[in-house]
Design a protein around this ligand. Structure first.
Ligand code: NAI
Length: 329
């Protein structure tokens, strides 16, 4: 029985995500917040015959109330990419939006789990961490960057070339971050052995890393992934909710590699080095991150090791951009 707030609920991701969360029978309260159009979205979704009570919150004056008494906040607020833009181009606008929203959560529901979808995730999650630290309520086990879409794409893109694989059950751990070459699918550790040749691995890795561009290009100026992202966001939120009620669930997600997070050292040895954040398969429990699932070093291929090194260099820049913004704003 959880109370969920969706911040940015009237957007391309926010609307289908709100609908999917309304369908989640563990959700008892669904607070929908946006700066535009949210009363209509909330009224519409509130008629769906599940037990969750839907409420609309419009504009900054209603933000505090929207995030009071919640167990989980999901944040898809912000601007999406247009053709030719990278996720980092979004930083200027989205950094400030995420900062404001996380400040409100920190003040009103300091123990809430926070799942950030707003890009660039590699920088917005470090911003959120700094905001929570400044408020004295940072818990690295309760803050998540949502990278589930990379995991979802990995399963689906494998299925595109291997029709014998079930995309609904195949799990490929995706580590690193959430943009371009910071996305590192570990195809060698897929839940079903794939045994691809190196050319296939290179092509598949490239497609998973830049899969978002396929959608941006096809939408031709009308935005980036929204429907598949809503599916991925709802899957991540459901995993978190099931974990909060006692199940053990594993999902890759971008988290702080804090000293008290079990498994952080192994990820550092694997290539994360001194980075403070990294996407890793996480075992979720009642209190959020229970531990990082060990990734056996001997199973990682040379190709993957190199990809992790490239990802780590780029991530170092993205993370420090976020931290500097939060400290100076
Ligand atoms: P959109 O423009 O359709 O919707 C964004 C919503 O945020 C709008 O309704 C807007 O009014 C709202 N918003 C803007 N400022 C706000 C504020 N201060 N407080 C609350 N709400 C505010 O954009 P879309 O397509 O839904 O994408 C949202 C974000 O998600 C983008 O940053 C996008 O890059 C990111 N994204 C992340 C993915 C991931 O895998 N993590 C995948 C796809 C998109």
């Amino acid at each position: 029985m959880v109370s969920v707030a969706i911040l940015g609920a009237a957007g391309g991701i926010g609307q289908p995500l709100s609908l999917l969360m309304k369908l989640n029978t563990s959700v008892t309260k669904l607070n929908l917040y946006d700066i535009v159009n949210v009363p209509g979205v909330a009224a519409d979704i509130s008629h769906v015959a599940t037990n969750a009570q839907v409420k609309s919150y419009l504009g900054p004056k209603e933000l505090d109330e929207a995030v009071s008494g919640i167990d989980l906040a999901i944040i898809p607020a912000g601007v999406p990419r247009k053709p030719g833009m990278t996720r980092d181009d979004l930083f200027k606008i989205n950094a400030g939006i995420v900062k404001t929203l996380v400040e409100a959560i920190a003040s009103n529901s300091p123990r809430a789990m926070i799942a950030i979808i707003s890009n660039p995730v590699n920088s917005t999650v470090p911003i959120a961490a700094e905001v929570l630290k400044a408020k004295g309520v940072f818990n690295p086990k309760r803050l998540f960057g949502v990278t589930t879409l990379d995991v979802v794409r990995a399963s689906r893109f494998v299925r595109d070339i291997r029709s014998d694989i079930d995309a609904t059950t195949l799990r490929v751990p995706v580590v690193g971050g959430h943009s371009g070459n910071t996305i590192v699918p570990l195809l060698s550790m897929a839940s079903t052995p794939l045994e691809f040749d190196i050319k296939t691995i290179e092509e598949l890795t490239q497609r998973i890393q830049f899969g978002g561009d396929e959608v941006v290009k096809a939408k031709d100026g009308a935005g980036s992934a929204t429907l598949s992202m809503a599916y991925a966001g709802a899957r991540f939120a459901d995993s978190l909710i099931r974990a909060m009620s006692g199940e053990t669930v594993v999902e890759p997600t971008f988290i702080a590699l804090a000293a008290d997070v079990e498994g952080a050292n192994q990820i550092r040895e694997l290539g994360a080095g001194e980075l403070d954040f990294f996407a890793v398969p996480v075992e979720l429990g009642k209190e959020g991150v229970r531990r990082i699932v060990p990734l056996p070093a001997e199973s990682i291929t040379e190709f993957e090791r190199k990809a992790i090194a490239v990802a780590s260099d780029a991530l170092a820049v993205n993370i420090s951009t976020g931290v500097s913004f939060a400290k100076s704003a």
